[in-house]
Design a protein around this ligand. Structure first.
Ligand code: AMP
Length: 398
């Protein structure tokens, strides 16, 4: 069976068509500037690339163009739409309404739209627009919602609750949900495979370090804690997100800067993090180049990022009562040796010993072991593959 994986944002729609027999990507691409003049689709298939510069006023037109590209004479990989067995949609937030991957029905869409939009106003409405567009264009094809939050559904209450009035948690669902679950799930299971162990035998800390970053404690194959919270703003500082901050400081900042509740949250999401600390960029390549030229604030941003990540690794080792493996993944985790070294430095007391040469090696897209041979804790770099998890989960729920 072939599964189409769709990740829709407010003005973008990324896709991959995956053959589930081989788990190979047959075609992939992305629509940009949907609903904005100058929309385009960059598509790959058949070993070739093609650029479609075509007006896409909405997601329905975008998905129609994607299906056209999948059939295209030059880059097409299918002959008929019937070859697409199902569509898996990435969805960010589930609240407590969906604990696992869920088949799309009109009732499911109603719950999604009525209950979860306010939990992830930037992400869920946009992704749901993508689902609705696919439902219109491919009405007979089964579809599934795969949530970023599902892998974290195994967290115990003591890990996911905030110290607020329990009745308010019950009434409003204010708790930690966690995000990047498909990535944490993928890399933790790949780590177990690589180490030749059953997931049940391992205590792993997975560090998904990208533009958005989160760290998870995976004990026996199950997530027991994670750094993101009610929204993806929590945890370590990120590209432009502040990460954890005292709630009283938020009110204080809003008052001093004359910002509304909504605006101060936008400020914490878009103007802070390593971009705010460095005053240079949210991109780690720029920060590293800046630090190498002696920019102290770039250096500070990199130090804060590694320090905060390290604190999560240490606290999760304590939470799990041990540590067998640390995994680094995503744009920064896979490509930035200095960050990995900064995280592992000082964790020798836990049995972490990095191999400097292995850590400095280039990302070749494969799993790399960067710990020393005699390191008690294995340290791995594992390229994430969220699309494959979405496709696998979709196939499973069918
Ligand atoms: P992601 O959100 O996983 O796509 O990660 C994006 C982040 O990865 C960007 O902010 C970059 O700073 C970082 N990144 C990507 N490639 C590299 C690289 N070759 N070297 C350093 N950082 C990188």
């Amino acid at each position: 069976m072939k599964i189409l994986v769709v990740n829709a944002g407010s003005s973008s729609l990324k896709y991959q068509l995956i053959d589930m027999e081989t788990e190979k990507v047959l075609a992939k691409g992305g629509c940009e500037r949907i609903g904005i003049p100058g929309s385009l689709l960059k598509a790959k298939g058949n070993g070739k690339e093609k650029l479609y510069e075509q007006d896409m006023p909405n997601h329905k037109v975008a998905i129609e163009l994607v299906l056209h590209a999948l059939h295209d004479d030059e880059i097409g990989v299918i002959k008929s739409m019937d070859e697409i067995g199902a569509v898996g949609h990435r969805m960010v937030a589930s609240g407590e309404y969906f604990k696992k991957t869920t088949l799309v029905t009109p009732e499911v869409m109603k719950v999604l739209e009525e209950k979860t939009f306010e939990l992830a106003p930037l992400h869920n409405p946009a992704a749901a627009t993508g689902v609705r567009a696919c439902m219109e264009v491919m009405p007979k094809t089964p579809m599934a919602l795969v949530f970023d939050t599902s892998f974290h559904a195994t967290m115990p209450e003591k890990a996911y609750l905030y110290g607020i009035d329990y009745d308010d948690y019950k009434k409003y669902g204010v708790r930690k949900y966690g995000f990047h679950g498909t990535s944490h799930k993928f890399v933790s299971s790949e780590a177990a495979k690589y180490l030749g162990k059953k997931p049940s035998e391992l205590k792993i800390v997975t560090c998904h370090l990208g533009n958005g970053s989160s760290i998870s404690a995976v004990d026996g194959g199950k997530c027991v804690d994670t750094s993101m919270g009610f929204t993806p703003l929590a945890g370590i500082l990120m590209g432009t997100r502040s990460g954890d901050i005292d709630a009283s400081a938020v009110e204080f900042l809003a008052r001093k800067k004359g910002l509304s509740h909504a605006d101060v949250i936008t400020y914490l999401n878009k103007k802070c993090g390593v971009a705010g600390i460095s005053g240079v960029s949210s991109d780690f390549r720029d920060l590293i180049a800046g630090a190498e030229k002696g920019n102290e604030r770039c250096k500070l941003a990199l130090d804060m990022f590694a320090y905060q990540t390290k604190k999560y690794v240490g606290s999760y080792a304590a939470a799990m009562g041990g540590l067998d493996c640390i995994v680094f993944t995503a744009g920064i985790g896979e490509n930035t040796p200095t960050v990995r070294a900064g995280v592992c430095e000082g964790l020798e007391f836990l049995g972490v010993k990095l191999d400097k040469n292995a850590n400095a090696g280039k990302n070749d897209g494969s799993i790399r072991e960067i710990s020393a041979k005699d390191s008690k804790v294995k340290v791995l770099v594992i390229p994430t593959n969220e699309e494959l998890v979405i496709a696998r989960e979709t196939a499973e729920v069918l």
